[in-house]
Ligand binder design. Structure first.
Ligand code: DIR
Ligand code: MN
Ligand code: MN
Ligand code: MN
Length: 314
């Protein structure tokens, strides 16, 4: 396995500055070295640069639409290039609007995907249902085939075509879902393990059922879109929209370990790390180091211990 890392220092899918420093904070915590130490080949493609689009007036109440559309087009092309080079794509955000470009590019390169969306939020608002006007709360509505008649055309989004079936999507960690989003999830019959199901079943069974459900039709490459706010804010407070009652560190990590073991993990997003939202240095450190640990879990790190295949006892 090899990792192809793309930094996406982009924050205009929401209103809080700081999330654009996520890629560099995660790298500065040693991501590349630690992946290499565990035997993973790494190519760091560096950070994307995004054009500042002015004016970028709200469209149907949603903000920075043109900037988000243009940034995601660039990201989609970058993810396609990483997949064509044969790597597991790692997209470091940035806010979660970036999942549009990441998933679009992944699907364009490899075909139909299974999507595992780990988040406190469902991010499936349309511009017409959003209370906030933030596009980071809307990416799934643009990606789902079944919602196309419900999402208006937006400027700088003409490149974007839906590429995910609602039957190929599983949510884990939900606990802050807007009424319209809840309606959509029920209408489409989307599989969702909210925090109630995590409490009821335990994370091991949640992951068994996730894989059984996704593989019922066909085994497809998996896109893991991991919003750091899925984890409890006692562990990952440095994020824009923390919600109490989240996944423990251990539950969050178990998700990555289980998906890695499937051998199907083909792209990972790690988004919404915002160093400016931590109250203390310890808050930021805990958030960033958890993000790194989740990524290491995606590439085979085991809590039982690890050694390289060529290790020989001295
Ligand atoms: C809210 C919050 N549902 C919205 N979404 C967030 O803005 O649509 N997503 N924070 O990560
Ligand atoms: Mn999200
Ligand atoms: Mn979220
Ligand atoms: Mn399984």
């Amino acid at each position: 396995r090899s990792a192809g890392i793309i930094g996406a220092p982009f924050s205009k899918g929401q209103s809080r500055g700081g999330v654009e420093t996520g890629p560099d904070k995660i790298r500065a915590a040693g991501l590349v070295d630690r992946l290499q130490q565990q035997g993973c080949a790494v190519k760091d493609y560096g950070n994307l640069t995004f054009e500042d689009i002015v004016p970028d007036e709200p469209v149907r109440g949603s903000r920075r639409v043109r900037a988000v559309g243009s940034a995601n087009q660039r990201l989609s092309e970058a993810v396609q290039a990483v997949k064509k080079d044969g790597h597991t794509a790692v997209m470091l955000g940035g806010d979660h609007s970036l999942a549009m470009g990441s998933i679009h590019g992944h699907a364009a390169a490899v075909g139909p995907l299974s999507v595992v969306w780990v988040d406190a939020h469902a991010d499936v608002n349309t511009p017409l249902t959003s209370y906030t006007g933030n596009l980071h709360g809307q990416p799934m509505s643009y990606l789902l085939y079944e919602l196309q008649s419900k999402v208006p055309a937006l400027p700088n989004f003409s490149w974007m075509k839906p590429c995910v079936s609602s039957q190929d999507l599983v949510y884990i960690g939900l606990r802050d879902v807007d009424p319209a989003e809840h309606h959509i999830l029920k209408l489409l019959g989307v599989k969702a393990f909210s925090m109630s199901e995590v409490d009821q079943l335990g994370v091991a069974r949640v992951m068994e059922e996730t894989c059984d459900y996704l593989w019922d039709r066909a085994k497809k490459p998996i896109h893991l879109s991991y919003d750091i706010d899925a984890i409890d804010p006692s562990v990952t407070p440095a994020t824009g929209t923390p919600v109490v009652g989240g996944l423990t560190y251990r539950e969050g990590l178990y998700i990555t370990e289980h998906l890695c073991q499937t051998g199907l993990l083909s792209a990972v997003d790690l988004v919404e790390v915002n160093a400016l939202r931590g109250r203390t240095e310890a808050d930021v450190h805990s958030t960033v180091s958890t993000a790194v640990d989740l990524l290491l879990g995606c590439f085979g790190r085991l809590r039982e211990g690890n050694h390289l295949p060529d290790y020989s006892l001295p």
